[in-house]
Design a protein around this ligand. Sequence first.
Ligand code: ATP
Length: 209
Amino acid sequence: MIGVLGGTFDPIHSGHLRPALDCFQALGLEEIRLVPLNVAVHRAPPVASSAQRLAMLEAAIAGQPGFVADPRELERPGGSYTYDTLISLRAELGGERPLCLLIGADAFAGFLGWHRPADILGLAHLVVMRRPGASEALDPALESFCSGRLRGRAGDLAETPAGRILFQSVTQIDVSATRVRELIRRGLSPRWLLPDAVISIIAAEGLYR
Ligand code: ATP
């Protein structure tokens, strides 16, 4: 099984990295593709450039077996839709290997507003990671979208290439990229909320001041 974690990664931080590693280990993934988005569809544009966000991501995961920086959205012009990314991953990996799209609970709450949500489930499983501050309750439309698709065990995802939803408990790390940027803007240290290698790039590039 291959995991996919998309994000702005502006910058990548421990709230991405440790939960991704938890999923990697709990689900027995062969690989996790970390996919920085190019043009945000649902949010303000990133502060750091594509090249800077990719460099920070590569520095963060250097030496971690199975973690792969995947620049495919940065190479694709226009809005970054997860559906398109999964189509392109399927073209590379074939239709049979289980794909697990990892998303934080805050992102999952808005999932039905994404481009072609049902078709996304046709291409991948969804693994929802709890996140501090994100509500556990699902709205009725999302609840009914989940019914029939929910599974309780990681092993259930390996049985089929796509279509199932799993709530995965992960280390709860109350950090967001917004908070990291805000600390730097105020001249405060973000140390230990993200890897030192990423902090070095932020300092060298003068980012987020
Ligand atoms: P920002 O503060 O700029 O909105 P962010 O910290 O939420 O950014 P993103 O790059 O937008 O980071 O997040 C990418 C994915 O990682 C999303 O699915 C999000 O829910 C998840 N994620 C981010 N931070 C955490 C965290 N602390 N715990 C669990 N999941 C997280």
